[in-house]
Design a protein around this ligand. Structure first.
Ligand SMILES: NC(=O)c1ccc[n+]([C@@H]2O[C@H](COP(=O)([O-])OP(=O)(O)OC[C@H]3O[C@@H](n4cnc5c(N)ncnc54)[C@H](OP(=O)(O)O)[C@@H]3O)[C@@H](O)[C@H]2O)c1
Length: 278
C-alpha cells in the first residue's frame, strides 16, 4: 500500500484523488495525522499499515518565510526525507527547480550543477543529497511552479483569479521564466512511475513539469484573459517586486528523463485550460 504524506497540500490532495481514479490502494496523512519530522511515528505508521512505498508530498514550501525559519525548513525538507528513506521502503520524493541558480538559458538536465539561491532551495537540495547518499531505492522528482484549481489552495492561479475579479490592472513579473505545472498532472506522473515500479530502482533524479515555458506575466495573462479580459496585465521586472528570497530567473527543467518511462507531459496552456473544464 502506498502512503501519501502531506495529503492536505496541493500535490498530496491531487495524488489522493488520482489514486482513486487509477485504483491504487493507498493511505494518506496530512500534517495533523503524521508529522514527517517525527521518525518514530513515521516508522510505526509504515509498519502497522503495511506500506510498501512512501510518496512524500509534505514540504516546507513558504519560500520567503524560510529565510527566517531556517531550522524548520531544513527539518521538513532535509531531515525528514532522510528519516523516511531509512524506514526500509522505497521513497518517491518531490523536489524543486529552486535547487538551480537560474543563470542558464537552456533547460536544466537532471545532472546539471545545482546552486540554490535561497534557504528553501538549499534545504530542498540538502534533502536530495541525503536521499542520493542513503542507498535507498526510490525517485527524486523535481518540479516547478505547481498550482491546483482547488479553491482552498494558495497559489498563483487562485491569486490571479482573485485579483482579476477585483482590480482593473495587475502587475506581474516578466523576467522569470519557468513552466507552470498542474498538481493533478504531476500526481498522475508520480503514480504512473509507481505503477511501473520505477521506485524500486536505485534512487535517481527525474524532472516533471508541464511542457513549454513562459514568464509569470505570460501565465497571468493566460489566466486573466479567460477570467476577465478587461483587466489589464502589466509586465514588470523582478527588481520592481522585491521578495525576501531570491528566485531563479530561469528555471525550465529538461523533461528528457521522462522518456525512459513513456511519460509525455502536456503543454502548460492545455493543462491550464483543463482546469476550466472540470
Ligand atoms: N508549490 C510549488 O510551486 C512547488 C514548486 C516546486 C516544487 N514544489 C515541491 O512540490 C511538493 C508539493 O508542494 P505543494 O505545492 O503541494 O506544497 P503545499 O501545498 O505547501 O503542501 C505541502 C504540505 O506539506 C505539509 N507539511 C509541512 N510540514 C509538514 C510536516 N512536518 N509533516 C507533514 N506534513 C507537513 C503542509 O501542511 P501545512 O499546510 O499544515 O503546513 C502542506 O499540507 C513539495 O515537495 C514542494 O517542495 C512545489
Amino acid at each position: 500500500m502506498l502512503l501519501i504524506t502531506g495529503a492536505g497540500g496541493q500535490l498530496g490532495w491531487a495524488a489522493r484523488e488520482r489514486c482513486r481514479t487509477l485504483g491504487i490502494e493507498f493511505a494518506s496523512a496530512d500534517r495533523s495525522e503524521l508529522d514527517i519530522t517525527d521518525k518514530a511515528s513515521a516508522a510505526k505508521y509504515v509498519k502497522e499499515r503495511g506500506i510498501d512505498c512512501i510518496l512524500n508530498c509534505a514540504a516546507y514550501t513558504a519560500v520567503d518565510a524560510a529565510e527566517d525559519n531556517i531550522g524548520d525548513a531544513y527539518a521538513v525538507n532535509a531531515y525528514a526525507p532522510h528519516c523516511l528513506a531509512s524506514l526500509g521502503v522505497p521513497l518517491i520524493h518531490v523536489s524543486t527547480d529552486y535547487v538551480f541558480d537560474g543563470r542558464a538559458s537552456t533547460p536544466y538536465e537532471t545532472d546539471s550543477a545545482t546552486n540554490p539561491l535561497s534557504v528553501y532551495g538549499l534545504s530542498k537540495r540538502a534533502g536530495e543529497t541525503a536521499l542520493l547518499e542513503s542507498g535507498a531505492s526510490g525517485l527524486i522528482v523535481r518540479t516547478a511552479w505547481v498550482y491546483s484549481a482547488r479553491p482552498a489552495a494558495k497559489n498563483f492561479l487562485n491569486t490571479m483569479k482573485r485579483l482579476a475579479s477585483s482590480r482593473d490592472e495587475v502587475r506581474v513579473v516578466n523576467d522569470q521564466k519557468g513552466a507552470p505545472t498542474l498538481a493533478d498532472d504531476l500526481a498522475d506522473a508520480l503514480l504512473r512511475l509507481y505503477m511501473k515500479g520505477a521506485h524500486r530502482e536505485r534512487m535517481r533524479v527525474l524532472h516533471f513539469t508541464n511542457a513549454g515555458e513562459c514568464s509569470w506575466f505570460d501565465f497571468a495573462s493566460a489566466i486573466i484573459a479567460r477570467m476577465n479580459p478587461s483587466c489589464r496585465v502589466t509586465p514588470i521586472k523582478t527588481a520592481d517586486y522585491p521578495t525576501k528570497a531570491v528566485r531563479p530567473a530561469y528555471s525550465v527543467l529538461s523533461l528528457r528523463s521522462l522518456a525512459d518511462y513513456g511519460i509525455e507531459p502536456r503543454n502548460w496552456r492545455d493543462a491550464l485550460e483543463s482546469t476550466y473544464q472540470d
